[in-house]
Design a protein around this ligand. Structure first.
Ligand code: BG6
Length: 502
């Protein structure tokens, strides 16, 4: 048996783990939605796997006395609901310490300093707070003598609300910590399929050879959610969907899809290439926003047969904030010139699914002519599915077996992670949190990346103010406003149908 055949048959063991050094992780915003839903469960999972060194601690920053007991209880309840035994929950709780502190009051930082003591463990500070607290927190940490020479800070998105505010934050943080200890998180980079994009492209000659305008007709990136406003009205209504999802997650997907091969898998080599992609994005300026972008806001509708409220109803007042964005963009590079890239993302859409669908060019000439059964040759399509059912699908034309006349139909090669590997797919935050402690910045955004992304987003925001002040309505549970369909149909194309890629 040749080596590859043997390897294909062998069940895959989980990859070997890179050790994590002893650490103290401080989470600002410990009672917030992100910390409770994602950060603590991710750390508990790592604890279960034995990845967290014995002496490591997790310190949660809370503002109210009742949270000192309340938050660990809430965490414990969440872990119990996820099926963790009381004994295991107690083991995780022993790592937790809640510290009462007001982020903007320097005089309250003494409690944190005391809780940290003079340990030599790696100190990481996760700022799971609104961005206007980033500067005061960093300054207060520095002025209270809490930062050690290896301390690092993790900044949750959104980093600012435009280029100017992002620069201001970056400048202020840079006065306190070097770039090598600043981790700007975008949890999409921690998703397995997103990391696999680099492997798919650069470990397989098959795709890399055709990864350009020579063979690719168009690219579609969809990030669709069924959730609505949830409990984040204060933040979301001010931010809007372009800032919440496109400036970061969607553009990061686009970067990893389109980058030139970095010469090695090293943080700065990868990030240099991502910046080049962002710089190549053709600006969408002034009245062009009307032609190249679609803003939408969901009205009432139904999801999974359940009636759901419209955005303004959920919010309790009228609002001009968009909950859906579609954009037709282009990269001005040798590789991508002339390939339209369609971005589409929204809340309260028909299905939760995220994918990158790459449609190749049709064959230049059909040798099958127009004979019945062969009239329609579909172009190949590669779908990189992030969620649900993460995996990769390749749509090909095949002959229908049988001795009758030749009949050609599309079928797909379907490689799903859950069936291809007998290994649990971790949540994005599990990997990212331990990467910070290990000091690996590959999956984090560098300052110039974030600023470059804002440089592209800012003119769209400005254009909207003048030329596109009101979003179009779409019914909750639909695929967005009809104008989004118009955006792609104008090019005689259509959105990849998720039904087809189930
Ligand atoms: C967050 C956004 O960054 O990503 C949310 O702020 C969004 O609005 C979430 O719901 C989506 O993440 P995921 O991993 O569920 O696709």
């Amino acid at each position: 048996m040749d080596a590859i055949a043997e390897r294909l048959l062998k069940p895959e063991a989980a990859p070997e783990r890179t050790p994590v050094p002893p650490f103290d992780l401080v989470i600002f915003g410990a009672g917030g939605d992100l910390a409770l839903r994602k950060l603590f469960p991710a750390l508990a999972q790592r604890n279960e796997e034995g990845v967290l060194p014995e002496e490591s601690r997790i310190l949660g920053i809370v503002r109210k006395q009742e949270d000192v007991e309340g938050i660990p209880n809430e965490i414990a309840a969440k872990l119990a609901a996820a099926g963790l035994s009381q004994e295991r929950i107690a083991a995780f709780r022993r790592r937790l310490t809640m510290v009462l502190l007001d982020a903007v009051k320097p005089e309250t930082y003494g409690a944190l300093k005391e809780a940290l003591g003079d340990s030599q463990r790696v100190r990481s500070f996760y700022l799971s707070t609104p961005p206007d607290l980033f500067i005061p927190i960093c300054e207060n940490l520095a002025n209270s003598g809490i930062l050690t020479p290896t301390s690092r800070v993790i900044l949750e998105k959104p980093l600012g609300r435009d280029l100017a505010s992002a620069r201001e934050i970056n400048d202020a943080v840079a006065r306190i910590l070097p770039e090598s200890r600043t981790y700007r998180i975008d949890h999409y980079l921690g998703k397995e399929t997103v990391q696999n994009l680099l492997v798919l492209r650069f470990a397989n000659t098959l795709f890399e050879r055709s990864w350009s305008s020579r063979d690719i007709d168009n690219v579609q990136i969809t990030v669709a959610e069924t959730v609505g406003l949830e409990s984040r009205a204060g933040y979301y209504d001010k931010a809007g969907h372009l800032r919440d999802m496109v400036q970061n997650h969607v553009l990061q997907l686009l970067c990893l899809f389109a980058i030139e091969p970095p010469n090695q898998l090293e943080a700065d080599a990868v990030r240099d290439e991502k910046v080049r992609v962002l710089k190549a994005l053709r600006p969408i300026v002034g009245p062009d926003v009307q032609r190249m972008t679609v803003r939408g806001q969901y009205g009432p509708g139904a999801i999974d047969g359940q009636r759901v409220k419209g955005y303004s109803e959920e919010l309790g007042h009228l609002s001009g904030t968009e909950t859906f964005v579609a954009i037709r963009c282009e990269l001005d590079t040798w590789r991508w010139a002339g390939v339209p890239i369609y971005l589409r993302t929204g809340k309260r859409m028909a299905q939760r699914y995220s994918e990158i669908a790459v449609t190749f060019k049709p064959v230049p000439h059909s040798i099958f002519g127009r004979a019945p059964g062969c009239e329609e040759l579909y172009a190949n399509r590669l779908v990189i599915r992030l969620q649900p059912n993460d995996g990769v699908q390749l749509q090909l034309m095949m002959k229908v077996p049988g001795s009758g006349k030749l009949k050609v139909v599309p079928r797909q090669l379907d490689l799903r992670y859950e069936t291809a590997f007998d290994v649990r797919t971790p949540d994005a935050y599990e990997r990212l949190l331990t990467d910070v402690i290990r000091g690996d910045q590959t999956l984090f955004m560098r300052r110039d990346e974030v600023e470059q992304a804002w440089s592209w987003i800012d003119p769209i925001l400005t254009g909207w103010q003048e030329y596109y002040p009101q979003p179009h309505r779409y019914a909750a549970g639909s695929w967005g406003p009809s104008q989004a369909i118009g955006l792609i149909e104008r090019d005689s194309r259509s959105w990849a149908d998720p039904e087809f890629t189930e």
